[in-house]
Design a binder for this molecule. Structure first.
Ligand code: GZL
Length: 327
């Protein structure tokens, strides 16, 4: 009898074990579909360029166009706003309407971007602020990639202090009024300028050669014989100023010039003895813009502020370096 009970118990355990093993697989819930990783070939990039006012800008535009080709992006929507903010804003709105993947905006001035940046944000389009900065809240864009303009101004002042160790009078050729580049350089310059150097006057030449000529002529007339140095916010205006200095019979080095950008034209002016120091401002931002854009397309984290490492160039090295300059 006992053996029968043992057999029945054993058979019951066996049946239960088989039942557990043979239970139908419980279908796993389908894994959430991972979004496909975007590639450069998917990218439609909007670059509403501010203008074509300088050799720096020309090099910046060329860098964006060349790298868009090198990386093989699907489409670059490039436009030239001729230094007018309203044209840039219209170009950004057109890109939003086209549903581009990323907008890379090089703002002509700092203010006036909140509305259109909000529209891009509401449309879910990431924005990279390129080169100059904006005053809009950083929540309205994803990244700022460019130069530290305040530091560039500080470096320019340190060079002017070195060039005028006993002090003196200078004038300033200001870039585009309200632009992050000009305002930052001017503030940084004043932050480090020695007290024994006086800024007699500051007028805008709007970053162009043509507009720098009459401004310099007016300086020479108003402050005849008083000007020891000039702080000029970019090489294009410096080249315009030099033309006016030549026409006034002034010789290279009579007035100490500190300029910004480090373009080939600036290097030539250093070789010719007109510019005594050229603070670098690098326009070749194409690779970084496109690489950052792809990260934003794929929702990857990107540093909110990416500043370019820059230096100062001097006449002593200009002749050796000029042939290797990329802009
Ligand atoms: C600076 C850039 C400035 C250059 C000028 O990053 O915005 O604009 O210094 C250019 O040459 O016109």
């Amino acid at each position: 009898m006992k053996n029968i009970k043992k057999l029945v118990l054993l058979m019951a355990i066996l049946i239960l074990a088989l039942a557990a093993c043979s239970s139908p697989e419980v279908a796993e819930p389908p894994a959430e579909e991972e979004p496909e990783t975007k590639t450069y070939e998917d990218m439609v990039l909007c670059y509403p360029q501010l203008g074509a006012e300088s050799d720096w800008r020309t090099a910046n535009s060329a860098s964006i166009k060349q790298e868009a080709e090198n990386y093989g992006i699907k489409q670059l929507i490039f436009s030239d706003a001729q230094q007018k903010q309203e044209n840039q804003i219209s170009a950004v709105r057109s890109c939003i309407a086209q549903g581009v993947d990323v907008i890379a905006l090089p703002p002509v001035v700092e203010d006036g971007w909140d509305a259109v940046l909000t529209e891009a944000k509401d449309a879910g389009i990431p924005v990279i602020i390129v080169d100059r900065s904006v005053s809009a809240d950083s929540s309205l864009y994803d990244v700022h990639l460019g130069s530290d303009m305040f530091l560039e101004g500080q470096r320019a002042a340190e060079e002017m202090n070195r060039l005028l160790p006993d002090g003196g009078n200078i004038v300033e050729l200001f870039g585009t009024v309200g632009s992050g580049a000009a305002e930052g350089r001017a503030d940084g310059f004043r932050d480090k300028l020695n007290d024994n150097i006086t800024i007699l006057d500051s007028q805008t030449g709007n970053f162009t050669r043509a507009e720098a000529i009459p401004v310099t002529e007016a300086f020479l007339k108003k402050y005849e014989g008083q000007i020891d140095g000039m702080f000029i916010h970019n090489d294009d205006m410096a080249i315009g100023a030099i033309e006016a200095l030549k026409n006034a019979g002034i010789q290279p080095g009579d007035i100490k010039i500190v300029s910004v950008d480090g373009t080939r034209g600036g290097f030539q002016a250093m070789i010719d003895g007109w510019i005594q120091a050229d603070v670098e401002c690098n326009p070749l931002l194409g690779p970084q813009v496109i690489e950052i854009a792809l990260k934003l397309m794929n929702g990857e984290a990107v540093e909110p502020e990416i500043l370019t490492n820059e230096t100062v160039y001097y006449p002593e090295e200009a002749a050796d370096l000029i042939d290797s300059r990329q802009y």
